[in-house]
Write a protein that binds this ligand. Sequence first.
Ligand SMILES: C[C@@]1(CC(=O)O)C2=NC(=C\c3[nH]c(c(CCC(=O)O)c3CC(=O)O)Cc3[nH]c(c(CC(=O)O)c3CCC(=O)O)/C=C3\N/C(=C\2)[C@@H](CCC(=O)O)[C@]3(C)CC(=O)O)/[C@H]1CCC(=O)O
Ligand SMILES: C[S@@+](CC[C@H](N)C(=O)[O-])C[C@H]1O[C@@H](n2cnc3c(N)ncnc32)[C@H](O)[C@@H]1O
Length: 244
Amino acid sequence: MMQQPGRLIGLGVGPGDPELITLKALRLLRESPVVAYFVAKGKKGNAFGIIEAHLQDAQTLLPLVYPVTTEVLPAPLSYEQVISDFYDGASQELALHLDAGRDVAVICEGDPFFYGSYMYLHDRLAERYQAEVVPGVCSMLGGASVLGAPLVYRNQSLSVLSGVLPHDELKRRLADADAAVVMKLGRNFPKVRQVLEELGLAQRALYVERATMANQKIVPLDEVEPMSSPYFSLIIVPGERWQG
Ligand SMILES: C[C@@]1(CC(=O)O)C2=NC(=C\c3[nH]c(c(CCC(=O)O)c3CC(=O)O)Cc3[nH]c(c(CC(=O)O)c3CCC(=O)O)/C=C3\N/C(=C\2)[C@@H](CCC(=O)O)[C@]3(C)CC(=O)O)/[C@H]1CCC(=O)O
Ligand SMILES: C[S@@+](CC[C@H](N)C(=O)[O-])C[C@H]1O[C@@H](n2cnc3c(N)ncnc32)[C@H](O)[C@@H]1O
């Protein structure tokens, strides 16, 4: 008899506070024989840190270690190729478990479909295997909560922007936004702050590092040390308050 393949599960575990995991994610995490997680070299993994207290001895752990995050690659290696090969390899590793009938939960910090690496596994595997995605509280909502910043009132629209965007592109989009969230700061921080200053938005903008995590830090935007901003930080420009 053919072995019934396992399920691929993209499991959002929330932005950091272990209590911000959903009941459904917790149940599926406990039921999954294999737990995979993305992690930067030499680090513990943010998603892993959120759920590790719930793991049981019988579960197989599958760390998927990024070959590169911020390092400059020597020619002829390109970031896109190295990352694409990495996702190919990770998908094959997962497929071995799925083919053997084992469910694999890929735990994701925040939400899996919101800038999560899980998306690249999903794109490679979801046509071949049954895939289930459990949404998580994403970082911008965790950030808005700890900053005490209502995001959008009434008919305002929210722009979610990547700090990786070039200066002019970021400026054009921010100039048009009622309210905005800028993700992926890290080395992009000085450029993002510069744009906010040029637009006169710096006073309204709020900055948080590792929102809801134990080492969360909220710093006034003009006091952030430019080169110390971690990748896990974001800026919120809340919508103008509506006197309802
Ligand atoms: C190149 C760069 C640019 C960019 O963001 O575009 C980038 N990651 C950078 C840095 C960085 N990444 C991480 C750390 C350690 C953080 C720490 O632990 O403190 C650091 C910083 C460091 O190493 O110092 C870990 C990490 N990365 C992702 C997750 C979440 C997840 O996997 O869900 C986690 C946490 C896993 C966990 O721990 O739970 C996910 C993504 N990161 C991607 C790209 C995309 C994948 C590649 C692709 O497909 O292109 C994707 C999927 C986002 C996407 O799709 O856009 C940027 C350089 C910016 C710069 O120049 O400063
Ligand atoms: C690869 S994306 C992952 C997003 C995640 N899947 C989510 O749902 O929020 C990484 C970016 O999310 C933001 N981020 C994730 N978690 C964060 C947190 N706890 N506090 C602040 N920013 C966070 C940062 O801007 C970071 O550069």
